[in-house]
Design a protein. Structure first.
Length: 79
């Protein structure tokens, strides 16, 4: 009976220690995923910001050209 109790105690200790290791591995994996997601978000935000800046510049150029054409048309109407 003592041997059976001892074996059960050893098995229980092994199960508990495996659970701790598994939990640590899961925590490490979750931290790695969080870090990767944050990096992807930062990268995406930087790309979006760059595209927005490009669109602003292009829009400004188009508006300037349109204003020039309006000024030219206004000058021709005055003549």
């Amino acid at each position: 009976m003592k041997k059976v109790s001892l074996v059960l105690a050893v098995v229980a200790m092994l199960a508990i220690s495996c659970k701790k290791e598994t939990k640590e591995k899961i925590d490490d994996a979750a931290d790695a995923v969080k870090t990767e997601v944050k990096e992807k978000i930062d990268t995406t935000a930087a790309k979006v910001e760059a595209h927005v800046d490009t669109i602003k510049v292009k829009t400004g150029e188009v508006l300037e050209k349109g204003a020039e054409k309006l000024n030219e048309a206004a000058e021709e109407m005055k003549k």
